[in-house]
Design a protein around this ligand. Structure first.
Ligand code: HEC
Ligand code: HEC
Length: 352
């Protein structure tokens, strides 16, 4: 009996199914069959198309990174502070992040990693960091970093730019041609002021020699001041043999300096009045130390009097911490004299 019921139920169901199908056929074909039976009547929007289009037209991560604002990134870093410190060796809940951009994954000494990160990446390039920080658990399943992620790409670019300058060694990313637009615009300015650029360091050269011979110093008030400075900061002078550095600046190619400038532009602008994380750099060579209106200097810098001569800049840029202990420019310094010279030549040529 049970079997019959089951078979009966099955047949009934089949019948209803077939009838339903037949009825449906009838309804769909009332418009007249022109052989397109298998075409879908409705295309359902999944939203995939739109998503794809957005990715195509929006700026790439690289473009955002090159134009990133480290100042804004510093604010986003507040989200990380509960677990991460920037100081080298200072591990907390998370590893210290000093110099993390370009660092090997999982390499902070003394930190006990989960192993999930090194399983998916070797080096923290800006791109890898961006992918990780967008969705940590998605990027590195099993990671012990309990953080939801920074969803906005521009926020990540700013944040990574901020992290990048902690060690004074910025990471170069390959940039699509469109993002380099600004470069040609700056070049004409360089050319027109080339003559002046080489004149100014010549003065400093004279000034440096003045330290040795008095007569030259009395010729020009400008060199007087520089000469006095020279005597005041022994270490700066000791760095270079008299006159040596100014000559290097005079001989340097501002175009090389423009590349070095990339390490500064996250915090400094060349345009007069355009203060960022640091004060603007318009006319920096020959400008009084700590003199930009509207910029809040640290006491360390404000208390220094004197002028940013090529030699002073040289000493400052080599090691900002040693030059003015307690200052708030978080930049490790430029080790190579040729980089400092080219950079100063560049800032000088861009100033006018
Ligand atoms: C709740 C604590 C916490 C927060 C908040 C947090 N992290 Fe982490 N982070 C960790 C831990 C823990 C690890 C180690 C993960 C592992 O080993 O899987 C880590 C690892 C990392 C690493 C890998 C470092 C290395 O040496 O390989 C980077 C980079 C990083 N975090 C950046 C950030 C940034 C940037 C933020 C803020 C946007 C942030 N984290 C927020 C806890 C945190
Ligand atoms: C992380 C941000 C940051 C980076 C990168 C940076 N600076 Fe600075 N810079 C500052 C801040 C902040 C100050 C102000 C320091 C203070 O008041 O103690 C400053 C001050 C200066 C001053 C003194 C200006 C004045 O008006 O007296 C000079 C010169 C300077 N920076 C040049 C440079 C150059 C050149 C580079 C690149 C090689 C560079 N900085 C990189 C943040 C930065």
């Amino acid at each position: 009996m049970t079997l019959t019921k089951v078979v009966g139920a099955f047949c009934g169901a089949l019948l209803i199914f077939l009838l339903g199908g037949w009825a449906a056929e009838l309804i769909y074909h009332t418009g007249g069959g022109h052989g397109d039976d298998h075409q879908q009547a409705y295309v359902i929007e999944t939203g995939n198309d739109e998503g794809g289009a957005e990715e195509d037209t929006g700026p790439s991560f690289e473009e955002l990174f090159v134009a990133a604002d480290a100042g804004k990134g510093e604010r986003i870093f507040n989200k990380c502070k509960a677990c991460h410190q920037l100081e080298e060796g200072a591990n907390g809940t998370g590893p210290y992040l000093y110099g993390v951009v370009g660092r090997d994954v999982g390499s902070a000494e003394g930190f006990g990693y989960s192993g999930s990160l090194s399983a998916v990446a070797d080096v923290w390039t800006p791109q890898n960091l961006s992918a990780f920080l967008e969705n940590p658990a998605g990027y590195a399943p099993g990671t012990t970093m309990g953080f939801a992620g920074v969803k906005d790409m521009e926020d990540r670019a700013n944040l990574i730019a901020f992290l990048d300058q902690t060690d004074g060694d910025t990471y170069e990313v390959e940039v699509p041609a469109a993002a380099e637009e600004e470069a040609p615009a700056e070049e004409p300015a360089e050319e027109t002021t080339d003559a002046e650029a080489s004149e100014a360091p010549a003065n400093d050269g004279a000034a440096a020699e003045d330290a040795a011979s008095d007569e030259a110093a009395s010729q020009e008030p400008a060199s007087d001041e520089a000469a006095a400075e020279e005597a005041a900061t022994e270490e700066a002078a000791a760095d270079d043999s008299a006159g040596g550095f100014a000559d290097v600046v005079a001989a340097a190619d501002p175009a090389d300096g423009e590349k070095v400038w990339r390490q500064c532009r996250a915090c400094h602008k060349l345009e007069d009045g355009a203060n960022g994380v640091g004060p603007h750099m318009a006319g920096i060579v020959g400008r009084e130390i700590g003199s930009v209106e509207g910029f809040r200097y640290s006491n360390a810098l404000q208390e220094l009097d004197g002028t940013w001569t090529a030699d002073e800049l040289n000493a400052w840029l080599e090691d900002p911490k040693a030059y003015a202990p307690g200052n708030k420019m978080s930049f490790r310094g430029l080790r190579k004299e040729e980089d400092r010279a080219a950079l100063i030549a560049y800032m000088q040529s861009a100033a006018e």
